[in-house]
Design a protein around this ligand. Sequence first.
Ligand code: SF4
Ligand code: F3S
Length: 106
Amino acid sequence: TYVVSESCIKCKYTDCVDVCPVDCFREGPNFLVIDPDECIDCTLCVAECPAEAIFAEDDLPADQVQFTAINAELAKKWPTIVARKDALPDADDWAKVKGKLDKLER
Ligand code: SF4
Ligand code: F3S
């Protein structure tokens, strides 16, 4: 499965949503996750993300492996998002910031 990692937090560009053939993105207040039960590993979303937040589960950087469990957990409670929308207001400022897991709103 594919996994949304930390870079998405406080950015939520949503370019990824438009290309997903199976609508497996779920939306929270300042982050998206991929439902691991729905993702078909098509890879299309990876190149679309301006924050380079999306990785194959097996390719996650070592400091991002916890996001596999975070995606699985939050996919169960967040609603589906099927269309692109405006990014969060300060997305460009937050895209390159590291260590922002504590900013994730559940
Ligand atoms: Fe959707 Fe494909 Fe990305 Fe999985 S890899 S989330 S199926 S676009
Ligand atoms: Fe997040 Fe990138 Fe999609 S910032 S909303 S994973 S395009």
